[in-house]
Design a protein around this ligand. Structure first.
Ligand code: F6P
Length: 354
């Protein structure tokens, strides 16, 4: 059995742990030969692969990034204005691939599902720090990002306290506010602003003013995808070669400018950006990534093609890739953590309901 393995889309802590686990499990379970594809689907387009054996995946469990490299702009269906999927399929046949394990997010799963329909058997492993992949309650990398943001919130809190300032921390989270919500609760943010709830600037200013009146600093945790009522995303740049060209960033600075005229205390903003995506995965993410990789190898051994590994109710399982493609798992108003945060007094900046 010869199996290809690639990491696609933005990177994430824990990718190497999955690569290691898939490779070791496939060797042990099926005596498989594992072929590492470089830079995601770009490696299949540009014919760049290398063998992955026991030795090649040694010592990588705790390292950040991906030893295979990744690309978030390469899709065989629209590469430099052309559909190169027939050439990619021919290359996969030339390599003698019996299947492909694809570690990636929503975009990568969408491509994988299409490759599957062309006849390349695929198994998916969900990856994103945003934790917003449909069908799975935890993606590896999320726990590490939450730990990083929590530490940042604690650090700005002490300096905010010294100066009596309003401190805004911007997290990643384009469509879903999971990172801001979980880190906001763990890091004792006073206000958490997420894409799922448009924020009202007067409400946010009101919370800060009330705290100001008690000589208190305020910590605000805002997801990059959060929007003011009736407003739009804060776009940092467009990457036209990417299937999803918009890159967000800077909403913390926009909020700072909106808030400052309403307050006496100084307002400061920090954008965490890729600090959240780099570095060594937490022990939780190392374990989750290892379990995901091992489960993916089982799916391959059992010829369960077209499936993505999932975690539901704490149990590993899988769902068809076409249930994942093009969807996002958002924070719902009834989610226990959102309900809890509200009831312990965290503001989500929403207009008060009549
Ligand atoms: O989807 C994961 C993510 O980290 C988002 O939170 C963020 O908007 C995006 O990727 C950033 O991508 P890039 O690394 O291309 O700037």
């Amino acid at each position: 059995m010869r199996i290809g393995l690639l990491t696609g889309g933005g990177d994430c802590p824990g990718l190497n742990a999955v690569i290691r686990s898939v490779t070791k499990s496939l060797i042990n379970l099926c005596g498989a030969e594992v072929i590492g594809i470089e830079d995601g689907f770009l490696g299949l387009i540009e014919r760049r692969v290398r063998p992955l054996d026991w030795r090649a995946v040694g010592g990588i469990l705790a390292t950040g990034g991906t030893i295979l490299g990744t690309s978030n702009s390469a899709t065989p269906f629209a590469w430099q204005g052309q559909d190169v999927s027939p050439a990619v399929m021919a290359y996969a046949a030339e390599l003698g691939l019996d299947g492909l394990v694809v570690i990636g997010g929503d975009g990568t799963m969408t491509i994988a599902e299409r490759m599957g329909r062309l006849g390349l058997p695929v198994v998916g492993v969900p990856k994103t720090i945003d934790n917003d992949i449909e069908g799975t309650e935890r993606s590896f990398g999320f726990d590490t990002a939450v730990a990083t943001v929590t530490e940042a919130l604690e650090r700005v809190q002490t300096t905010g306290q010294s100066h009596g300032r309003v401190m805004i921390v911007e997290t990643m989270g384009r469509y879903a506010g999971w990172i801001a919500l979980e880190a906001g609760v763990a890091g004792a943010a006073d206000i958490i602003l997420i894409p799922e709830a448009e924020y009202d600037i007067e409400t946010v200013a009101g919370v800060c003013r009330e705290r100001e009146s008690r000589q208190r600093f305020t910590v605000i945790c805002i997801a990059e995808g959060a929007k003011p009522v009736g407003g739009t995303w804060t776009v940092d740049r467009r990457i036209e070669t990417s299937p999803d060209p918009i890159r967000l960033g800077g909403v913390a600075h926009a909020l700072r400018a909106q808030l400052q005229p309403h307050l006496h205390s100084e307002v400061r903003a920090t954008v965490l950006g890729h600090v959240q995506r780099g570095g060594s995965p937490t022990p939780f993410d190392r374990v989750l990534a290892t379990l995901y990789g091992h489960h993916a190898a089982h799916l391959v051994r059992d010829q369960q093609w077209g499936q993505m590994v999932t975690l539901q109710g704490g149990q590993l399982g899988s769902i068809p890739l076409n249930h994942v493609a093009g969807r996002n798992r958002l924070v719902t108003p009834t989610h226990p953590l959102w309900v809890c945060a509200r009831e312990i007094g965290v503001s989500f900046g929403e207009l008060s309901r009549p």
